[in-house]
Design a protein around this ligand. Sequence first.
Ligand SMILES: O=C(O)c1cccc(C(=O)CC[C@H]2O[C@@H](n3cnc4c(=O)[nH]cnc43)[C@H](O)[C@@H]2O)c1
Length: 299
Amino acid sequence: MRVLVVTAVPAERDAVTRAVGRPPSIRAVPGAEVHRAGPFDVVAGGAGPAAAAAATAFALAAARTPGTGAADSSTPDLGAPGSGTPGSGTPGSGSHDPGARDSRSPDFWSPDFRPPDFRPPDDAPYGLVVSAGIGGGFAPAAPVGSLVVASGIVAADLGAETPDGFLPVTGLGFGRDLFVPPASLVREVAEATGAVRGRVLTVSTVTGSADRTAALLAAHPGAVAEAMEGFGVAEAADRLGVPVLELRAVSNAVGPRDRDAWRIGEALAALTEAFGKIAPVVEGWTHDRLDRLRAPHRD
Ligand SMILES: O=C(O)c1cccc(C(=O)CC[C@H]2O[C@@H](n3cnc4c(=O)[nH]cnc43)[C@H](O)[C@@H]2O)c1
């Protein structure tokens, strides 16, 4: 099974592809650059749920575009990382000059542009989408350096502030605030990696105070971590009925802001090790009937 992995930044993307042990092949699709290594197609989609949703949707849609296959010359191979290839940064990480041509996808800004074909080599669509990267861990469940796999992916700050406190978007009578990854896959990934299982919160603002930490834990008692992309990735995957997983390596404790205490290198190394361990797991996994029937609000 081919797996789409969406990270926020290139350092996280490269930590995932490093797990495979040989250089990734790199291709441009509209709005993104896909790094392929082993079963993983990895995209650094940008920080936050909106960028993550957009990158995921583009990558999924590009893989489903009918055409002649992944070898189509309209999707130029951009070479290995570190080769000086332009466009290897995070899409959307800088301001865009609409007058400039995008070297990642040369025809993208042309009025004649048609989406290039980019399908997994077996011509199958992606069987799984993974939101991956570093994250903040809630103590004591998820210490720095540990791994977490989401049993539920929660939009923790999507809703309304009221005089009585925060009202989730579902309390407003629309939207959703939870995606539940397939339980069998969560279990297998946790067993293979030693990851802590629990809800992972998606926030648009990194938590930076004890009060906010306490409020999040009061609202989500089982939360083990927070990050900024999982819910956006899940929203996009869900529209195509593709199962989703979120796997994070804890770089910092959720709490009063202390950037000097972040252990990013340690977390990226843990992420690489984790993807090495889950490669055989995801390749062998099939989305069984029980998982499909599982009630969306049970995790
Ligand atoms: O500066 C670097 O070298 C570097 C390398 C890899 C990643 C980064 C990031 O800043 C990633 C941002 C990404 O990380 C997630 N994250 C990490 N900790 C937290 C947190 O406490 N609360 C929320 N999100 C967190 C998040 O998904 C960001 O998009 C830098």
